[in-house]
Design a protein. Structure first.
Length: 66
């Protein structure tokens, strides 16, 4: 089985204050807000080692692991 590929994303100033699902949908490798919500629901999106909820408001400089 291939290893999972994790990406770390630092939230830019332009993304600050957005809901997590909406912010993730702006990224090139996540095609839609629906796909972003699926990743979040399955616990694949973390910050500081904690899984996040779709309604989480991202902060500038926050480091997300997807």
């Amino acid at each position: 089985m291939p290893a999972k590929s994790l990406r770390q994303i630092e939230v830019p100033e332009s993304g600050a204050g957005l809901r997590l699902d909406k912010f993730l949908a702006t990224l090139e490798f996540i095609p839609s807000r629906t796909r972003a919500a699926e990743l979040i629901e399955r616990g694949h999106v973390h910050s500081g080692g904690r899984p996040l909820k779709a309604a989480h408001k991202v902060r500038a400089g926050e480091l997300l692991t997807v």
